[in-house]
Design a protein around this ligand. Structure first.
Ligand code: DLZ
Length: 507
């Protein structure tokens, strides 16, 4: 029997200042690579590699700092498949009767942890995750009594709370949001700066071999694995981005380019979500670039809005609406996810680029996720469960708390308008405006219907026609339906026939 608590650290809690570690400086730590966690969805090979490699590096760093760590490598003991199994084994082996952990970020794990007092007879103390900037209570208080929860207003509260980009009580520069300045297409011939990536070290290479052997049939390739797996690497990559990418990040935030997966994006989502970077610190570093005159306000505000506004809003909403948030299916969409979401084998150049980046890097940027793969799934009426699972599987940064509201709510509007006030739907014209994909595509973006027309064009109108009962009364959709009402009959018939043909052969 030991009087010390055991600290359980999960695969996305790889931060030295974690609340559980701070609360018990002498307590031993348990970390575990677990079959149940690695296979509850078919995670991208790079996602499993990232998490296991980062966990192994983090456990070594903890040991070097003097902590006692029990690190359970994947399936070294056949009876340990889940966190419950791992905790039970530690109780039996070392006699622990108290467990300390920072709250899990996902609902299903919180349920599992909360059951242990009864099922295992262990005292469990759950501490808040202080890496997030808003507590659950703060979000609930803010949401209380509001008819609609809109990120923009929550974001302003967070700006006031942290003082980020504030000039007294007013937003720096006089505006809260510079999104309108962040929608430029990349000029022809524009080259983006090289990015800092990391060759896998011995620890990571060992994980890669293991993943190739056990999960080689999951989506993706390990050939390009270059994610930061330590805090030092994540900080170096971020510092490089600050120097070379931040100044143009704002302008080209929504742009897409063939064979360019990263453009000016920060690539910090995965590092933030597993704890290698701290959200407030990255926001402060970005803000400092504005004050030193090294980056314009639209870039700085655009980044800070994503981290301080959107990320915190999405997390607050997830915990407010769980359980059951993912159960809704507002449009009653039931079509199975087409196989090309995994293979990338499609003639649509934009989809091929987004899925190609996803396969190669476990990454696609927000516009590819929202306006290409998400938009297509929405317009084609793919079942939300299939789409949600896909996004959770394929992105290195995807954990349910962040993935579910972004996919189910924002991309699919399957929640009927909790996250967004209208569906993010667009025809090929939007993709053409923001990318170079259409000029090299097998389909014609200027054709509204017919065998060679861009599928986004007719699927867009087919979606609007199918769901007029649900969307026609939405004031933000007024213009769309006025345009639909002006559409000549022959075009309308053509659109419906093309959509029917396309959807019938979709598999
Ligand atoms: C995603 C993931 C994977 C693939 N494997 C592990 C694991 O073996 N051990 C672990 O502690 N965490 C893993 N994770 C992350 C968890 O599944 C889960 O998503 C987060 O801990 C959510 O709070």
């Amino acid at each position: 029997m030991t009087d010390k608590p055991l600290i359980l650290i999960l695969g996305d809690q790889l931060s030295p200042d974690l609340s559980s570690l701070a609360a018990a400086p002498d307590a031993p730590v348990l970390m575990a690579e677990l079959p149940d966690e690695a296979s509850y969805v078919r995670h991208h090979q790079q996602k499993i590699t990232l998490i296991f490699a980062a966990m192994r590096h983090f456990s070594k760093a903890l040991e070097q700092s003097g902590r006692a760590v029990t690190y359970l490598h994947y399936a070294t003991e056949p009876t340990i498949n889940s966190f419950t199994d791992a905790v039970k084994m530690m109780m039996q082996r070392d006699g622990y009767n108290r467990l300390l952990l920072t709250e899990p970020a996902e609902w299903r794990l919180m349920q599992e942890v909360e059951s242990w007092a009864d099922t295992l007879g262990i005292g469990v103390e759950i501490l808040p995750d202080t890496r997030f900037l808003a507590t659950h209570q703060e979000f609930a208080d803010w949401a209380n009594g509001k008819k609609q929860l809109r990120m923009e207003f929550f974001y302003r509260e967070m700006r006031r709370k942290t003082g980020l980009l504030m000039d007294g009580d007013e937003p720096l520069g006089g505006q809260w949001n510079y999104d309108a300045d962040n929608r430029k297409k990349l000029p022809k011939g524009h080259t983006t700066p090289p990015r800092l990536h990391f060759a896998p070290d011995d620890v990571t290479q060992e994980v890669m071999q293991f993943v190739a052997q056990h999960f080689g049939n999951h989506i993706g390739t390990l050939d390009n694995f270059a994610w930061p797996v330590t805090a030092a690497q994540a900080e170096a990559q971020f510092a490089h981005w600050l120097d070379f990418c931040l100044p143009q990040f704002g302008d080209y935030q929504d742009a897409m380019k063939t064979d360019e997966a990263f453009l000016y994006h920060g690539l910090v989502g995965a590092s933030l979500n597993i704890g290698l970077l701290n959200p407030l610190e990255v926001c402060r570093a970005v803000e400092a670039r504005y004050h030193s005159g090294q980056a314009p306000l639209n870039a700085v505000e655009g980044f800070i809005r994503q981290v301080l506004g959107w990320r915190e809003f999405i997390r607050g909403l997830y915990w407010l609406k769980m359980p059951g948030y993912g159960d809704s299916n507002y449009f009653a969409h039931h079509r199975a996810l087409p196989g090309f979401y995994y293979s990338g084998d499609t003639d649509m150049a934009c989809m091929r680029a987004a899925i190609g980046a996803t396969r190669e890097h476990a990454y696609a940027h927000h516009i590819q996720r929202l306006m290409v793969t998400g938009n297509f799934a929405l317009l084609a009426g793919i079942a939300p469960d299939d789409v949600n699972r896909w996004y959770l599987e394929v992105y290195a940064d995807a954990f349910e708390w962040v993935q579910l509201p972004n996919t189910h709510g924002m991309a699919l509007f399957a929640d009927g308008g909790i996250v967004g006030s209208k569906p993010y739907s667009a025809s090929g014209a939007y993709i053409n405006r923001m990318s170079d994909h259409c000029s090299g595509c097998a389909y014609q973006v200027k054709e509204p219907h017919g065998d060679t027309a861009c599928p986004f064009n007719y699927l867009y109108w087919d979606f609007m026609i199918r769901h007029r009962d649900k969307l026609g009364g939405n004031p933000r959709m007024g213009m769309v339906y006025r345009n639909l009402d002006k559409m000549p009959d022959d075009k309308r018939r053509g659109v419906l026939a093309s959509a029917k043909r396309f959807l019938e052969q979709l598999k």
